[in-house]
Design a binder for this molecule. Structure first.
Ligand code: ADP
Length: 309
């Protein structure tokens, strides 16, 4: 499968509570780890055992070299990473508090400059019918659209994690949604994208109805992730829900990325929607039990053990 997306260096500090505006909070020692939604989801897919290629951009700096090394160590080919002269490698500043909640600020750097050129040459050969392309929105929308259209033309399935959502309903975003097979959003993104006023749904049935409504934007299937409450799916065969797995949460960073990587692999493996949803919820839950984004991602064997044990 192929992932087109962002890579960042995650700079993480653990604190006793998240700072209010203007407040300074002393935290733990800083840790530097590879991250970015594209990188995280590609590593999640690799750990699930899928042959995966990540198209992404780094700057010509030490962080870029570090990311290249880390992604290569996960079995992701380095050749599909573009180095952009004069740009800084993407950086994410993450603050995580005791209960596992976090706040994140991202300086996108080279990610904003990833264009469709490296994709045009390589994507069509990689994506045979049945293959999956996985996208998120931390790179230019136009690049995502190029990738989605190339994948569509090759007969592949396109999965979009629409995060972070564009601030305004951009026409390119509308075109992208129409070119996507499976849309994955969290509660906040789903509610925002629905454009509805008032209060968001309070129960699973309400989120299922909202997921079904979101398919009007174009995707055949829409999945809404509900944090500790699991996830719902709406598609041509109806609506499904998977309750959250009870786990001891340490750090929720990257739970959504873990979920998306696992969902893409499950679909590429030909698993049905209910099994794919359950497996992805298990991967998301397991990812919250350890610190970090990529470091916390489970292997296929761990997930099998968790689901059968
Ligand atoms: P995001 O990180 O994109 O906001 P969510 O918080 O919805 O995404 O998490 C993605 C998935 O990870 C959820 O659908 C769920 O399966 C799993 N997950 C997240 N938080 C928890 C939790 N506290 N307990 C169990 N599973 C969780």
């Amino acid at each position: 499968m192929a992932v087109v997306g962002s890579v960042n260096l995650d700079l993480t500090v653990a604190v006793s509570h998240l700072p209010d505006p203007g407040e300074t909070v002393l935290g733990s020692e800083v840790s530097f780890r590879p991250g970015g939604k594209g990188g995280n989801q590609a590593v999640a897919a690799r750990r699930m055992g899928a042959d995966t290629i990540l198209f992404a951009a780094v700057g010509a700096d030490q962080f870029g070299l570090d990311l290249r090394t880390a992604l290569q160590a996960e079995g992701l080919p380095a050749g599909s990473l573009t180095t952009i002269d004069g740009a800084a490698t993407g950086l994410a500043m993450i603050v995580v508090e005791g209960a596992g909640e976090n706040t994140i600020v991202v300086a996108p750097g080279a990610n904003e400059l990833l264009d469709g050129q490296p994709l045009t040459a390589q994507l069509p050969q990689l994506l045979s019918p049945g293959a999956v392309l996985l996208l998120q929105l931390e790179i230019p929308l136009a690049t995502c659209l190029d990738a989605a259209l190339l994948a569509r033309a090759a007969g592949a399935t396109v999965l979009l994690n629409a995060a972070p959502l564009p601030k305004v309903m951009d026409p390119v975003f509308a075109e992208l949604l129409a070119a996507v097979d499976v849309l994955v959003v969290n509660e906040g993104e789903a509610w925002h994208l629905s454009g509805q006023q008032g209060a968001p749904p309070r129960d699973t049935a309400g989120w299922q109805r909202l997921a079904a409504q979101l398919t009007a934007h174009g995707p055949r299937v829409c999945v809404v992730t509900l944090g500790g409450d699991g996830a719902v799916l709406a598609g041509p065969d109806g609506e499904l829900a998977c309750a959250g797995f009870p786990v001891a949460v340490v750090d929720t960073t990257g739970a959504g990325d873990a979920f998306c990587g696992a969902l893409a692999v499950s679909l590429a493996q030909g698993r049905g929607p209910a099994e794919a949803l359950r497996r992805s919820c298990a991967v998301g839950a397991l990812a919250t039990t350890r610190m970090g984004a990529q470091a916390a991602l489970p292997t296929a064997a761990e997930v099998d053990g968790f689901l059968t044990g």
